[in-house]
Design a protein around this ligand. Structure first.
Ligand code: GLN
Length: 513
């Protein structure tokens, strides 16, 4: 089958590069041409660095030639094009976080994840659109333009990493990075029929990632399949001495974990079914009234498919789920209000000088530099942290956060007593309560917008890994299946996701553009 180069997955492209069937220049040109052909309609990219990318591709081809000659293994992503959310600092390439206040900011350094991707040989194609400072669920809060869902250009791609998701879904890159504070990788992945992985808190360094809510922010991948998600995680994970919350643990072989061969034989079982021995928890609280009926049906069918692959399912309860939304919308704005204090009109380039009085400059710069949603969050957060209300709001929210985390601990816990139900290995749920909504539909109703994330907030509050994978369509629009795991158990999450993906063909469906 002849496939357009831009439509390849990372592993497919690598196999062809390895054999010398294609060059990185061919691949990079194909992606740049694809951007020329469709991005005027999709609006995924804020910045495209075509010349820089082609220069890197030529270098990659020279390195590939050397590797083929001496039969040595090339770095994991040598010559592979990528797109990066504009929340992540790229040395020498403008990084706006979707905000006007960073409109002139060209970082003098790379985020750690960029250093790792560069070392792995990946090629930066451009920076993707997003909600301002990653605050939003639709990419409509970008201060630049709205990104369109490739499956229906009148609909949102989700957010806040909507540009990254749309770019992958429209084959305008082979993979992308996003950030996920409360769902911003998983939700847009679900709404665009691609794979979005949020790793465990502490697994991937946030050094050089523009801070939104520091106890929640995490970098994640947006890819065309689960194997690519495993590959990218293997590249970006690992300890970073420059990041205080980075956890010093070895990085496992995530790709090797996909087919279970690196798992103990007794877990793999003898039935030949890929998920034999895996217990999947189905949380009562995630199948709620108000969920779009078609979404509910598609997700339940996916759960039956997991059973047919050998998994056992068990109903579990995560009783504090209802509190995730109010808890998140106290903690995230509180931390954001502190993190955003640094944008004062002195650093980062943007400054409105309407007077020579310092407070006036700051007021004017922040007044114009920040958009409405960011201001709303700064006000909410400042209020929640103020002396008289700290205990009532922020401290209370932190206590509820512990209860939310304990819900997961209990569901995942192994109970010794054989009569008793033992803990589950992964938990399955919808990624979002509905398919992609119309552009403009929720933009004037912040509470409705916040509800788009009801299913993706608790995992972030608990710090656990979760992935969204394609699991079907409702009225021609994609639905995401969310799989969550224990902290640092990405291997198992990926393995279950991979088994489901191999047994289905949802990911092969592409939007007509
Ligand atoms: N939509 C959520 C918010 O607006 C989550 C965003 C994110 O994960 N960055 O805060």
């Amino acid at each position: 089958m002849i496939m357009e180069l831009y439509a390849l997955t990372v592993h497919e492209a690598r196999a062809r590069l390895e054999k010398g069937e294609i060059s990185s220049v061919d691949l990079t040109r194909a992606v740049l041409d694809r951007i020329d052909a469709v991005d005027a309609r999709v609006n995924a990219y804020l910045t495209v660095v075509a010349e820089r990318a082609l220069g890197q591709a030529r270098q990659a081809d020279a390195r590939w030639a050397a590797h083929r000659r001496d039969k040595s293994t090339a770095p994991a992503l040598l010559g592979i094009p990528m797109a990066i959310k504009d929340e992540i600092c790229t040395r020498g390439v403008r990084t706006t976080a979707g905000s006007k206040i960073l409109g002139k900011f060209v970082p003098p350094y790379d985020a750690t994840v960029m250093e790792k991707l560069n070392a792995a040989g990946a090629i930066l194609i451009g920076k993707t659109n997003q909600d301002e400072f990653a605050m939003g669920s639709s990419t409509e809060n970008s201060r630049y333009f709205v990104t369109h869902n490739p499956w229906d250009l009148d609909r949102v791609p989700g957010g806040s990493s909507g540009g990254s998701a749309a770019a992958v879904a429209a084959d305008e890159t082979l993979f992308a990075l996003g950030t996920d504070t409360g769902g911003s990788v998983r939700q847009p992945a679900g709404l665009t029929n691609i794979v979005g992985l949020r790793p465990t808190y502490g697994r991937v360094s946030r050094f050089g990632v523009i801070a939104f809510a520091s106890s929640l922010d995490q970098v994640g991948s947006l890819t065309k399949d689960v194997r690519d998600a495993a590959t990218i995680l293997g590249v970006i994970a690992g300890y970073d001495a420059r990041e205080a919350t980075s956890v010093n643990r070895p990085v496992p072989d995530y790709v090797g974990a996909l087919d279970g061969q690196s798992h103990p034989a007794e877990e793999r079982g003898t039935s030949g079914l890929p998920l034999q021995g895996v217990c999947v928890g189905v949380p009562r609280e995630y199948f709620i009234e108000g969920m779009q009926p078609g979404v509910d049906a598609v997700v339940r069918a996916a759960i039956r498919q997991l059973e047919s692959l050998g998994a056992t399912t068990q109903e579990v309860s995560l009783p504090h789920t209802d509190y995730s939304l109010p808890t998140y919308y106290l903690i995230a704005p509180a931390e954001a209000s502190a993190n955003l204090a640094r944008y004062d009109g002195v650093k980062y380039g943007y400054r409105l000088e309407e007077s020579d009085e310092m407070w006036e400059v700051m007021r004017a710069t922040r007044g114009d530099g920040f958009g409405a949603e960011v201001k709303r969050r700064i006000m909410l957060g400042t209020y929640a942290l103020s002396a008289g209300y700290y205990d009532a709001y922020y401290l209370k929210a932190q206590k509820v956060r512990t209860l939310i985390k304990q819900d997961f601990d209990q569901a995942f816990a192994q109970v010794e007593d054989p009569e008793h139900t033992s803990g589950v290995d992964v938990i399955v749920a919808p990624t979002s309560p509905s398919v992609a909504f119309k552009i403009g539909e929720k933009v004037n109703d912040p509470l409705q917008m916040y509800l788009a994330d009801v299913f993706t907030l608790a995992q972030a509050l608990a710090g656990i890994p979760a992935i969204s994978i394609p699991c079907g369509f409702v009225d021609g629009l994609p639905v995401g299946l969310q799989l969550m795991g224990r902290a640092f158990d990405e291997e198992r999450v990926l393995r279950v996701a991979y088994a489901y993906e191999q047994a289905t063909d949802w990911r092969t469906r592409k939007p007509a553009l």
